[in-house]
Design a protein around this ligand. Structure first.
Ligand SMILES: C[S@@+](CC[C@H](N)C(=O)[O-])C[C@H]1O[C@@H](n2cnc3c(N)ncnc32)[C@H](O)[C@@H]1O
Length: 265
């Protein structure tokens, strides 16, 4: 066990696990920080810095952490279905002097927006997450966001969004780039998503019972999840945003299928 993997006398080293999450996510997406930057620039320019953002499918809240650090008067509400990632976020970041709230909800649950009752959201940001949703779930989510957001508020999604089947060469090129990128795990021995989860669970098991992360609860949540591997492409995202009631929708950044799209309510 390395020093960073050990539970020290002062307590578990949660910052190490968030850092390791960020490194693992960046191994898949070398431009992850640049993508955050574009999303933040859009929010700050269009909505200002004293805003309340919704960090959708926040995981351990890497996005919220970065946004709140650069915008000291901002608030963030993070929502995710995974109790372990949320707990990791809470143990690392606390509530940032009342500016960060992390809540558990499944975005495919038709009633998930109830937890936002009374909140005025200026921007919704989400990264590497909505590709988990099936097309019908995405369409419903975009309608819910359109209902939730006041006029002028923005939605920003940084995620993989495929080219259309009518563009097979572009699709093929994007897949080649992705496959080349993923060689990093074999070539450089970088930790991948599954290895990170295995290591975190083993670490949690070694802790005092009171300090362990809620892995049993996580298994229950994942067991109930409907997984649909038919991913929505870029065209579907844009059409669904417009149909939902967003006045404008388009791509503002991209590297092959890794894109940022923006909707303006
Ligand atoms: C690859 S992680 C990305 C986390 C974070 N946004 C980031 O960029 O570091 C995908 C996240 O989506 C969440 N997620 C997937 N489906 C979800 C759903 N139906 N409702 C809520 N969260 C969901 C997962 O629990 C996980 O935290």
């Amino acid at each position: 066990m390395t020093t960073t993997e050990s539970s020290t006398r002062a307590g578990a080293d949660w910052a190490h696990w968030l850092d390791r999450w960020d490194r693992q996510q960046t191994a898949y997406l070398p431009l992850r920080e640049a993508r955050f930057e574009v999303m933040f620039q859009a929010v700050e320019r269009l909505r200002g810095r004293e805003v309340t953002i919704l960090d959708l499918a926040c995981g351990p809240a890497s996005l919220s952490q970065r946004f709140l650090t650069r915008n000291p008067a901002a608030r963030s509400i993070g929502v995710d279905m995974d109790p372990v990632l949320l707990e990791l976020g809470r143990r690392n970041l606390g509530d940032q002097d009342g500016r960060l709230t992390l809540r558990r909800a499944d975005l495919t649950d038709p009633g998930w927006t109830d937890l936002l009752a009374g909140e005025r959201i200026d921007a919704v940001l989400t990264t590497t997450a909505l590709h988990w949703l099936a097309a019908d779930q995405l369409v419903r989510l975009y309608r819910q966001l359109a209902d939730l957001l006041p006029e002028g508020a923005v939605f920003l999604d940084g995620d993989h969004m495929a080219y259309d089947v009518a563009e097979p060469t572009l699709q093929h090129l994007a897949l080649m780039m992705k496959a080349e990128r993923e060689q990093v795990f074999e070539r450089d021995g970088d930790e991948d998503y599954a290895q990170w989860w295995t290591a975190l669970e083993a670490y949690s098991e070694r802790l005092d019972e009171r300090e362990r992360l809620p892995f049993a609860e996580r298994r229950d949540v994942l067991r109930e999840r409907r997984v649909d591997t038919r991913r929505a492409g870029i065209a579907m995202h844009i059409t669904a945003l417009r149909d939902a009631g967003f006045a404008e929708a388009g791509q503002i950044w991209g590297y092959f299928e890794n894109r940022v799209i923006m909707g303006v309510r």
